[in-house]
Design a protein around this ligand. Structure first.
Ligand code: DX5
Ligand code: ZN
Length: 225
């Protein structure tokens, strides 16, 4: 049976109380803390960097899942390793040497992943499966929280699920399949049925009055898949 993980994105948290928000959402049942890094270059928005990651790390009793929307990536990968990131994912378009960038993460003993934008074909994964711990499918164009889920992502989840299952069958290695953008209780089950096992949710969780009730509602949906 698939173990599902819920990864609240602190992009939608109260930045003035970030440590407390991280503690609260973990107490409410978060499995990962999703940390969206935007550089106003790869994406048209600017968020936070390795110093903020290091600052929230003591509050994070679950793994910190750093999503790099930056270009270039290698120097920031090293900075985030220093800042305590547990999982680091980046966009293949943002690195000239994808295999080398993944190796930087793996050689530091952290989990590595690639992020595919809605229009990025999954074939980019084929030659680097051995270095991947996670594949993240964007279900919105990256840069902003609160956008609507792009329905075509369900087809792409099924396609990547098939690729990851085939890889697991011959290698024995399981690679996580995460989905990010517009996830809420109304569509989380559909994303799970299509093959996702890890769910980023920003506005749905931090926009709720009761984080625990929202995460519990998501888990009820997942339990019925
Ligand atoms: C978008 C980010 C997402 C975002 C998701 O570029 O990668 O992680 O925070 O936010 P919601 O859940 O509000 O769509
Ligand atoms: Zn993200």
């Amino acid at each position: 049976m698939t173990r599902y993980r819920i990864a609240p994105s602190i992009l939608a948290a109260d930045f003035a109380r970030l440590g407390e928000e991280v503690s609260d959402v973990i107490a409410a049942g978060a499995d990962l803390i999703h940390f969206d890094v935007m550089d106003n270059h790869y994406v048209p928005n600017l968020t936070f960097g390795p110093m903020v990651c290091a600052a929230i790390k003591p509050y994070a009793s679950v793994p910190v899942d750093v999503h790099l929307m930056v270009e270039p990536v290698d120097a920031l990968i090293e900075a985030f390793i220093g800042a305590g990131a547990d999982i680091i994912t980046f966009h293949p378009e943002a690195s000239h040497h994808i295999d080398r960038s993944l190796a930087l993460i793996k050689n530091a003993g952290r989990q590595a992943g690639l992020v595919l934008n809605p229009a990025t074909p999954p074939q980019v994964l084929e030659h680097v499966f051995d270095k991947l711990d996670m594949v993240l499918l964007m279900s919105v164009n990256p840069g902003f929280g609160g956008q609507a889920f792009i329905p075509h992502t369900l087809d792409k989840l099924r396609q990547v699920r098939t690729m990851l299952d085939a890889y697991r069958a011959h290698s024995g290695r399981r690679i996580a399949l995460e989905v990010d953008g517009g996830i809420k209780t109304a569509n989380i089950a559909a994303a799970a049925a299509a093959g996702a096992d890890t769910f980023v949710a920003g506005s749905a969780i931090f926009g709720a009055a009761d984080y625990a009730a929202e995460i519990a509602a998501m888990r009820r949906e997942l339990a019925a898949v």
